[in-house]
Write a protein that binds this ligand. Structure first.
Ligand SMILES: Cc1ncc(COP(=O)(O)O)c(C=O)c1O
Length: 377
């Protein structure tokens, strides 16, 4: 049987990972500055992660959500402490799209409304309503276009109020720093006004922290810089360091009812062990501080490379913007220097999303490689 051919593939086969590096079947070592798409939060094969997962697998890998699972409570406690948030409860699922799907559904249950507002360049996943609020018509099937949605430009506060006033909007969904779309972040004023309008018109503000969350920006959540409180926060990527796990954090003003959400695999024992191990390491190794420290170094170094027009994002969620399309440069970094980086829908942006324990020396390798390659531009 052939694989369903939906991914354009690089001709590279990683078979082993360690820290910020992966190795192919011939033993070639690659620097992973992309973290498998912002997923590797504590690095490949972290010893604490391996120990926790192995011990849990020997104990109990899975049982359904119809029994008590104290690991879910431990994860919730540790998450609350790491994120320094109170007044939220946790629902666990398996991926980012699923987190957003549940967030949108819950907002609709809670408000009794069915319309969702999203923003230009947003990416929220590929399930039915998550893709309906994603700004990419090419990945929406006719089914996904049956949802009631409204797209607005970032900072369009009057358009937002006009739409909310109609009284049909269940939720406004935002990536506080856009990932796939190209690292744009609106102003604190816009985010605070949006939160206030959601409150005024009884709509839920959903912070999609699937990519920006879990310490990646140097804050636990990207929205925290803007001093607002979302009704629902969706999380996934960095949460399990590669083990599929996602979730939503729900403000206490939104009550739960048995049966309103549910999942077979979400919050299973192994997934929780992975999630707990990640939070342990983020705290013990002070990885949010590391994200801030490395960001300062990157800022200094980027300023020395004239071909880089702008550094976008913050912490370890970064985009280097050039004044030319970067597809060929990205390929050269991969095949000539063995460095993984990422692309965005902004074709001039090179995305950098390494494990949060990346070191200065790893970025030095990137800048050395860039200096060599940029001689050709
Ligand atoms: C901001 C954001 N939301 C949601 C998703 C979807 O997550 P998943 O691929 O785990 O479904 C992504 C994935 O890239 C994302 O970046």
């Amino acid at each position: 049987m052939e694989l369903f051919d939906v991914y354009p593939l690089y001709d590279i086969t990683p078979v082993k990972g360690e820290g910020c590096f992966v190795y192919d079947e011939k033993g070639t070592k690659y620097l992973d500055l992309y973290g498998g798409h912002a997923v590797m939060s504590i690095g490949h094969s972290h010893p604490h992660y391996l120990e926790k997962l192995e011990a849990q697998l020997k104990q109990l890998g899975f049982y359904s959500n119809s029994i008590k699972n104290p690991l879910q409570e431990e994860l919730a406690r540790k998450l609350e402490k790491a994120a320094k948030i109170t007044d939220y409860s946790l629902f666990l699922c398996n991926s980012g799209a699923e987190a957003n799907e549940n967030a949108l559904k819950l907002a609709s249950f809670h408000t009794g409304k069915g319309n969702i507002i999203y923003f230009e360049n947003a990416f929220h996943g590929r399930t039915s309503s998550a893709v309906a609020v994603t700004d990419n018509e090419g990945i929406k099937a006719p089914l996904n276009k049956t949802h009631s949605v409204c797209k607005l430009a970032f900072e369009d506060i009057s358009g937002l109020e006009e739409q909310l006033k109609k009284g049909e909007t269940a939720a406004v969904i935002i990536e506080f720093i856009q990932g796939v779309g190209g690292l744009d972040e609106a102003s604190t004023g816009f985010y605070q006004k949006t939160a206030a309008l959601c409150e005024q018109y009884n709509s839920v503000l959903i912070a999609d922290e699937v990519q920006a969350g879990y310490g990646r920006t140097g804050d636990f959540f990207a929205y925290q810089k803007h001093n607002i409180q979302p009704g629902i926060i969706s999380i996934a990527k960095g949460m399990g360091n590669g083990f599929p796990i996602g979730g939503i954090l729900i403000d206490s003003s939104i009550p739960a009812k048995h049966g309103m959400l549910g999942t077979t695999f979400g919050g299973n024992h192994l997934a929780c062990a992975a999630g707990i191990a990640v939070l342990d390491v983020i705290e013990e190794e002070q990885l949010m501080d590391n994200a801030k420290k490395i960001y300062e170094f990157v800022q200094q170094e980027v300023a020395k490379i004239p071909q880089i027009k702008r550094l976008k994002g913050r912490g370890l969620m970064l985009g280097l913007e050039f004044d030319f399309e970067i597809a060929a440069l990205r390929k050269s970094l991969l095949f000539n220097h063995h460095i993984f980086t990422g692309a965005a829908s902004n074709k001039k942006l090179l995305r950098i999303l390494p494990p949060l324990n990346v070191e200065q020396q790893h970025f030095e390798m990137l800048f050395e490689a860039l200096k060599i390659e940029l001689k050709n531009y």
